[in-house]
Structures are given as structure tokens and as C-alpha cells.
Write a protein that binds this ligand. Structure first.
Ligand code: ATP
Length: 237
């Protein structure tokens, strides 16, 4: 059987020390398979960002195991986690963290170079065109709107065609039409066997999901197909 792109078992995270421990994740079991687009929803502070930070290996768990693209990354070094991220992952975090001195095209091209990709120039252009930024290739981040910067981040994450896209609120700064355009690109990728794990409060994205995971107080409260989740979240039949 093909390995899941993400697999966690008993994942927990606490912050603080003996005096005052905050339990942010409590024994989270989760799997995402190739071809799936999974949304993580739930109240602010429920642990969604913490969860994906551990999944991509930029934060360590306090307990449990985490596998990314078939590799157990629970105890690996920062360097090994970074190498796996470069090979397999595209991620978009809440803050856009673009290189301020590089143009939109330069930002995408630089990440492609770091990943060792070929045809860097063409791929960077294509990725920016796919998110509607073909007319902003040579603008610096400071010359772009918040929504345009967000789309550069998305283009940067997708340009290398990674096995898994992990995103945190990737459509927050986008109007309806742009959000749909971006999600069409993400959906087309998952239809061809890639995976996507997206944290969001944006109910517009429900139509794209295969599954919707609802987190509350550090636990998975429900993990439902789109159809069932839609009814729960919107009250629709
Ligand atoms: N470094 C830290 N030290 C202490 N507490 C932290 C730290 N990082 C996160 N937390 C706490 O962990 C809880 C979960 O935060 P997290 O960012 O994962 O929530 P979230 O569900 O992504 O929220 P939002 O939807 O608002 O982005 C919050 O109560 C937050 O204050």
C-alpha cells in the first residue's frame, strides 16, 4: 500500500514548564493520503498551526510520532527535516516571509534553485501566471498588495510540484474569485495524486475538500467527508 503523506500517532504538544503547562495538542491521530485535499478548521487557538508546524518539522512534538512522506521525522535533526521539506514539500505560512529584495519572479526562482529544480526561469513564470500574477513578475514584495504577496507565496510553494502542500490560511487575503482560482490550481494537483493540508477559517474552501477535520482544544473533534462536514458547519442538509 502507498504510504500516507502525513501520519501522526498520539501527537501531543505542551508549552511551558512544570509550574504552568499548556496542553496545545492532545494525542492527535491523523492520516492524509496521496490525492487528498484536507481542510483543518476549528476555533482560534485550537492548535491547528501548532499541528502543521510539527507535521512539517519546524517544531518538535512533546509526545507521539509524526511521519512525513513515509519518513519518521519525530526525532530527526533540523537539517534532515529541512532536507525532506526541500524535496517533498511546499508550504505557505500565515506570514508571507518573501525575500524583500527579490522580485516576485526572483522569489519563486530562488526557492526552485534551492530545491535543485531545472528550468527555473520558465517554471517561476508559469507558477506566477497560474495564480494570476503574470503582469507582476518584476515587482518587489513592497510594491505588491497583501493578496498579491500571498499569491507569490502560493506560487513559490507550488512551483516545484511538491508531493504535499501545507498551507495556513492561504486564501485569507484573497477575494472570492482569486481564492477560487488558487484552489482550482491546488485541486488540479491533488487530482493528479499530490496532497494538500490546509488550515483555514474560510468556508468558501469547503467545496474543494475531500475531508474536513475539525479541531477543538487540541483534539480532533471530527474528521468527515466534505458532504457530511458541510452540513455540520453550515447547517445545510
Ligand atoms: N510558543 C508558544 N508558547 C506558548 N503557547 C503557545 C506557543 N505557540 C502557540 N501557543 C498556544 O497554543 C495554542 C494553539 O495555538 P495555534 O496557533 O496552534 O492555534 P490555531 O488553532 O492555529 O489558531 P488560529 O486559528 O488563531 O491561527 C494557543 O493558545 C497559543 O497561545
Amino acid at each position: 500500500m502507498i504510504a500516507p503523506l502525513v501520519r501522526t500517532r498520539g501527537l501531543s504538544k505542551t508549552f511551558g514548564d512544570e509550574g504552568e503547562l499548556t496542553h496545545v495538542l492532545r494525542s492527535v491521530d491523523f492520516e492524509l493520503r496521496p490525492g487528498e485535499l484536507v481542510l483543518f478548521m476549528g476555533p482560534s487557538g485550537s492548535g491547528k498551526t501548532t499541528f502543521i508546524s510539527i507535521v512539517v518539522g519546524v517544531m518538535r512534538a512533546s509526545g507521539g510520532r509524526v511521519e512525513l512522506c513515509g519518513a519518521d521525522i519525530t526525532d530527526v535533526s533540523q537539517e534532515s527535516a529541512a532536507a525532506l521539506r526541500r524535496r517533498k514539500l511546499g508550504f505557505v505560512f500565515q506570514t508571507d516571509n518573501l525575500f524583500p529584495g527579490l522580485t516576485a519572479h526572483g522569489n519563486v526562482a530562488e526557492v526552485l534553485r534551492m530545491k535543485g529544480c531545472s528550468h527555473v526561469q520558465e517554471r517561476a513564470t508559469e507558477a506566477l501566471e497560474a495564480v494570476g500574477l503574470g503582469h507582476r513578475l518584476h515587482h518587489l514584495p513592497g510594491q505588491l498588495s497583501g493578496g498579491q504577496r500571498q499569491r507569490v507565496s502560493i506560487a513559490r510553494a507550488l512551483a516545484s510540484d511538491p508531493a504535499l502542500l501545507v498551507g495556513d490560511e492561504i486564501t485569507a487575503a484573497l477575494d472570492g474569485e482569486m481564492a477560487m482560482r488558487v484552489m482550482d490550481v491546488v485541486r488540479a494537483r491533488t487530482s493528479s495524486g499530490r496532497g494538500a493540508l490546509i488550515v483555514t477559517h474560510d468556508e468558501r474552501l469547503l467545496q474543494y475538500a475531500d475531508r474536513v477535520v475539525h479541531m477543538e482544544d487540541g483534539r480532533i473533534r471530527s474528521d468527515l467527508s466534505r458532504r457530511s462536514a458541510r452540513g455540520v458547519i453550515t447547517g445545510a442538509p
